[in-house]
Design a protein around this ligand. Structure first.
Ligand code: ADP
Ligand code: ZN
Length: 650
C-alpha cells in the first residue's frame, strides 16, 4: 500500500480527545488509556498493563499524533508491525516500519521520510534499532515518544525473554528527555518490577488494569469424541466465523482440519512440519479472508494480531493455566463476544502427566510443572465460576458468578461422592491395581464380561455394587478422582488404576469427596447454521443480512488493496453500521471506528450498501465524498470538539 493521506501539519490534534474522535472514530478513552496518555503527554514515562484488546496501541498512537516529532515503536514481530502500519495508513496516519523484510529501496524511502520529519510513527524491530547508523539517524530527528510493545520481552522473568530487548535500557540513557511508554498484557509481579527498573520508569508511572477479558466466554466439555464435540460447538456458536483450534500433535491438526472441511467448515492445518510456503499461505488466508478456522499446534498464534478471531478451541489440554490464558486470549481482541472452549478427558491428564514425568525431590522443575498441570486440571474440573479460578491463578480476586462461563450459565449439579469414591477405590484395591477404567467399571456394574470371568472377578465383594450410576457416571467419578490425585494411573505401564496414600484416606473415611455431575455434550445441529454466531447475537434478521453484505463489501475492498479486511473496518464497526443504519455522512461519523479518513475513503460505498443501493448515485456522491470533504473539515472538527449535535452522541 503506497498511498496514504498525511494529516495536514496544522491538524487540530493537539488534544488527545480530538485525535481519538477524528482519527480513530471513538468517542471516549478507556479509563487507563486516558491516564497513561495524560502521563506521557506531560513528559512522564509509564508502564501500561492491560489485557489483550484493552487498547494499548491506541495509548501510544494518540500521543504520537498530539506531540510534534516521530514516535518510535519497538515491536518484536514483523507481522504485527505490518498489520499496525497498514491499519494506521487506512486511518490517514503517516506510519512506516523498518525491519528485515524490506528491500533496500523501501528502506531508503522510509529513511528519507524519517529525515524529512514527515512520519508520525516509526515501527522498529529491536535489532534494527540498535544496528549501527540507525541510532545516529534517530539522534538527529525530533522524537515524541519511545513506545515499547510487548515490554515483558525485556525481562528474564517473563515467558518470552528476548535478549535484544535488554539493550533498550540504553536508549533511556541516550534520550533521557524522551518519554517512554512500555506496554504489555502479561506481567506478573517480578516481571513488572523488572520492566520498571530496566526502563527507569518510576513507580508512579505504573498503570495496571486487571487481567479479566469480559467478552470471553469460557467453557470446558468432558471429552468423548473430540472432533464431533468441536463441530457441534462451531455449528452452534460460531458458524462461518474465524477461529483457532489447538491440537497436541501435527498429525492431529491435519486430521481435524480435514474432518472439519468434510463437514462444511473452512478449516486449514498449520504446524511447524509444513514447508514454509504452505505455512505462509495458510497464515495469509487466515488473515485476508473471513471466517477461516486454523487447526494448529501451539506454534501458531504468537504475534498474530487478528482482532476478529471469534473462538479458540483446545482439543488437547495446554500445559498450564498461563499458557491457556495466553492461547485462549487470542480470541476476541476486538472486544466482541468470543469463546474459549476446551474438550478435556482423563487420557489428556494421563498423557500430560506422563510427558512431564513423575514429580520427585531431585527435579524441582518437574514438580513445578506437575503442579501447574494440576492447577489446569483443577480449572477443567471446577464446579464454580471458571473466570474466578482463572483470575485467582493470576492473583486477582473475582467475586464469581461472571455470567459468561458454562458453570455460571448452567451450574453443574454437585453431589456428595464419598461413598461412590469408596466403591471405586475398593474395587481398584480388590482387583489388585492391575486394571484400567473399563474393567473396574464393568466389575462395579456387575457385568459378566470375558475378562471378569477369566479373573474370577464375579466373586468379588465389589462385583455389582455400583448400580446407582451408569457407565458414563462412573467414568466421571474415576476421572475426577484421578484429576484430584485421589487415585493414580500407572503411567509407565498400561494405564492401570492404582491406589495411593490419599486413596486410603478416602477409604478410611478421613476425607470426603465432592463430585460434579458431567453434562452430556450437546449434539451438533445437522445443518450448518447461517454464518455469524456470537458476534451478531444482538441483531435481528435484517440486521444480520445487512452485516453479511457489509462484510462482503469489506472483503472485496480488502482484496483490491491486498490488506486484511479488519484494517478497513473492524467487525465491531460493521455491526454498529448494521444496527445504526446511517443514512448520510454525519450519521456515518457517529459510528464507532469511523474517523475522518475512513469516512472519506469508504463512507460513500458503505452508505450505498446500507441504503441497499448497488452503486452510489451521483446525487449520493454529491452529498458525500470529495466536494464536501474539504470545506467541511474545520467546522466539523470544531463542532465535534465542542460536543454539538454531531459530537454529543459519540
Ligand atoms: P491491545 O494493543 O491492548 O491488544 P488495541 O489497541 O489493539 O489493544 O485495541 C483493541 C481494540 O479496541 C481495537 O479494535 C481498538 O481499535 C479498540 N479500541 C481501543 N481504544 C478504544 C476506545 N477508546 N474506544 C473504543 N474502541 C477502542
Ligand atoms: Zn463464571
Amino acid at each position: 500500500m503506497a498511498d496514504f493521506t498525511p494529516l495536514p501539519p496544522d491538524a487540530p490534534h493537539r488534544d488527545p480527545g480530538v485525535a481519538l474522535r477524528r482519527v480513530f472514530g471513538y468517542s471516549e478513552f478507556r479509563p487507563l488509556q486516558r491516564e497513561a496518555i495524560d502521563h506521557v503527554l506531560a513528559g512522564g514515562s509509564a508502564l501500561l498493563l492491560m489485557p489483550t484488546g484493552g487498547g494499548k496501541s491506541v495509548a501510544y498512537q494518540v500521543p504520537a499524533l498530539c506531540r510534534p516529532g516521530v514516535t518510535l515503536v519497538v515491536s518484536p514481530l514483523i507481522a504485527l508491525m505490518q498489520d499496525q502500519v497498514a491499519a494506521l495508513r487506512q486511518l490517514g496516519v503517516a506510519a512506516a516500519a523498518l525491519h528485515s523484510g524490506l528491500d533496500a529501496g523501501e528502506r531508503r524511502s522510509v529513511r528519507e521520510r524519517l529525515a524529512a520529519g514527515t512520519l508520525d510513527l516509526l515501527y522498529l524491530a529491536p535489532e534494527r534499532l540498535l544496528l549501527g547508523g540507525t541510532l545516529e539517524e534517530l539522534d538527529r530527528v525530533p522524537k515524541s515518544l519511545l513506545a515499547i510493545d510487548e515490554a515483558h520481552c525485556i525481562s528474564q522473568w517473563g515467558h518470552d525473554f528476548r535478549p535484544e530487548y535488554r539493550q533498550l535500557a540504553a536508549l533511556r540513557e541516550r534520550w533521557p528527555e524522551l518519554p517512554c511508554l512500555a506496554c504489555t498484557a502479561t506481567a506478573d509481579e517480578p516481571t513488572r518490577r523488572d520492566i520498571l527498573r530496566q526502563l527507569a520508569i518510576p513507580e508512579s508511572g505504573l498503570f495496571a488494569g486487571g487481567f479479566d477479558r469480559p467478552n470471553l466466554r469460557f467453557s470446558v466439555e468432558v471429552k468423548s469424541s473430540g472432533n464431533r464435540q468441536l463441530l457441534s460447538f462451531v455449528r452452534r456458536r460460531h458458524a462461518g466465523e474465524a477461529g483457532i483450534v489447538y491440537c497436541g500433535t501435527r498429525k492431529r491438526t491435519e486430521a481435524t482440519a480435514a474432518w472439519l472441511r468434510r463437514n462444511g467448515v473452512e478449516a486449514l492445518a498449520y504446524h511447524a512440519g509444513m514447508d514454509p510456503s504452505a505455512r505462509r499461505e495458510t497464515l495469509h488466508t487466515f488473515l485476508h479472508e473471513d471466517g477461516i478456522v486454523v487447526v494448529a499446534t501451539v506454534a501458531f498464534g504468537m504475534g498474530i494480531d487478528k482482532p476478529d478471531v471469534r473462538f479458540v478451541a483446545h482439543l488437547d489440554v495446554p500445559k498450564s493455566l498461563e499458557s491457556y490464558y495466553q492461547e485462549a486470549g487470542r480470541a476476541g481482541r476486538d472486544g466482541l463476544p468470543a469463546s474459549a472452549w476446551m474438550a478435556y478427558g482423563l487420557s489428556d491428564v494421563v498423557t500430560a502427566r506422563r510427558l512431564i514425568g513423575e514429580p520427585d525431590r531431585d527435579s524441582p522443575h518437574r514438580t513445578i510443572e506437575q503442579r501447574k498441570l494440576d492447577q489446569l486440571v483443577g480449572y477443567c474440573e471446577a464446579a464454580g465460576c471458571r473466570r474466578q479460578v482463572l483470575l485467582g491463578y493470576f492473583g486477582e480476586d473475582h467475586p464469581g458468578e461472571c455470567g459468561a462461563c458454562d458453570n455460571c450459565l448452567e451450574p453443574p449439579e454437585t453431589w456428595e461422592g464419598t461413598e461412590a469414591a469408596q466403591k471405586v477405590l475398593s474395587c481398584v484395591g480388590r482387583t489388585g491395581g492391575r486394571f484400567g477404567r473399563v474393567h473396574v467399571i464393568d466389575v462395579l456394574l456387575g457385568r459378566s464380561t470375558e475378562k471378569v470371568q477369566r479373573f474370577g472377578h464375579g466373586e468379588l465383594s465389589t462385583f455389582g455394587i455400583g448400580t446407582e450410576l451408569d457407565e458414563a457416571g462412573w467414568r466421571g467419578v474415576v476421572r475426577q478422582l484421578v484429576a484430584a490425585r485421589l487415585l493414580d494411573v500407572d503411567v509407565e505401564g498400561h494405564g492401570a488404576l492404582v491406589l495411593n496414600s490419599a486413596s486410603w484416606e478416602v477409604m478410611r473415611g478421613e476425607r470426603s469427596v465432592a463430585l460434579r455431575r458431567d453434562r452430556t455434550p450437546p449434539k451438533a445441529p445437522r445443518k450448518r447454521k447461517r454464518p455469524g454466531g456470537a458476534a451478531v447475537e444482538g441483531l435481528d434478521d435484517e440486521g444480520r443480512s445487512l452485516f453479511e453484505r457489509l462484510r462482503e463489501l469489506r472483503l472485496r475492498l480488502a482484496r483490491e488493496q491486498e490488506v486484511p479486511p479488519y484494517v478497513i473496518f473492524h467487525d465491531r464497526t460493521l455491526l454498529a453500521m448494521a444496527e445504526m443504519r446511517p443514512a448520510h455522512e454525519a450519521e456515518m461519523l457517529e459510528v464507532p471506528g469511523v474517523g475522518q479518513a475512513k469516512l472519506e475513503r469508504y463512507g460513500a460505498v458503505f452508505l450505498a450498501a446500507i441504503a441497499d443501493d448497488p452503486e452510489p448515485s451521483p446525487a449520493g456522491a454529491a452529498g458525500g465524498e470529495r466536494p464536501s470533504a474539504e470545506p467541511a473539515e474545520e467546522p466539523r472538527s470544531d463542532s465535534r470538539g465542542g460536543g454539538s449535535a454531531t459530537g454529543s452522541g459519540r
